[in-house]
Design a protein around this ligand. Sequence first.
Ligand SMILES: Nc1ccn([C@@H]2O[C@H](COP(=O)(O)OP(=O)(O)OP(=O)(O)O)[C@@H](O)[C@H]2O)c(=O)n1
Ligand SMILES: C[C@](O)(CO)[C@H](O)COP(=O)(O)O
Length: 229
Amino acid sequence: MGRSLTSPPFTAALIPAAGSGTRLGHGPKAYVEVGGQSLLARSVAALAPQVDEVVVALPQDAGLPAVGFGGKVRAVTGGPTRQASVLALLRACHADVVLIHDAARPFLPQQVLRAVRHAAAEQGAATAALPVADTLVRENAERHWGQLTAREGLWAVQTPQGFRRGVLLEAHLQAERSGVQATDDAGLVARLGLPVALVPGDARLFKITTPGDLELARALATVWDAEDA
Ligand SMILES: Nc1ccn([C@@H]2O[C@H](COP(=O)(O)OP(=O)(O)OP(=O)(O)O)[C@@H](O)[C@H]2O)c(=O)n1
Ligand SMILES: C[C@](O)(CO)[C@H](O)COP(=O)(O)O
């Protein structure tokens, strides 16, 4: 049976997990374990119950590790950049709404996920983000203090990011045609002149990038898993 006009939009979670984890130095990050579970398994566990399907972009020749959720989760091969991996994911799915979430952000609070999903379905594009709390300065040629940057109105962008699939695919295809590389998907959509809603994220949604982040994640996992239980 097809979906009726009143059915909720078919929603897919797309997880770019094809990075090599160079800055962390433990091999592909998605497979690194925190509190006995891989980063990928934690992201899948947060997303899978809330969506119709989960598609994961993995490094070439890599197998999908045990992440649970049976036939709801499938894998595609990612590309040489995060942007290429997300485009591969978009081409492999036909959902109405897509939620893009980095495997490298394993602690995803459910209320952030719900808020991004809602804003994306209503407004076409939305991202989790946190207002910047630190003083910001641009370095000078000697990598010393250069120019102070006002932090008012600045947000640090996180994932999940939610979009109508057609909007995000168009943004990626235009970027590909123009040779544009962006650090995230919301930036590509904003480049088309479309509005992107900023949804309050969460400090626990930090991206595991460096060995220090991994240490923090291992400490947080104990508290997170106890609350989840
Ligand atoms: N070619 C790539 C590069 C990155 N990613 C994914 O994009 C997310 C954010 O990327 P990042 O934290 O930079 O991961 P890595 O590219 O693995 O890290 P590094 O730059 O240190 O190698 C991660 O979930 C990563 O797996 C991806 O799917 N494909
Ligand atoms: C998508 C992202 O996580 C939003 O902050 C970020 O831009 C990814 O950057 P990376 O250099 O690929 O880790």
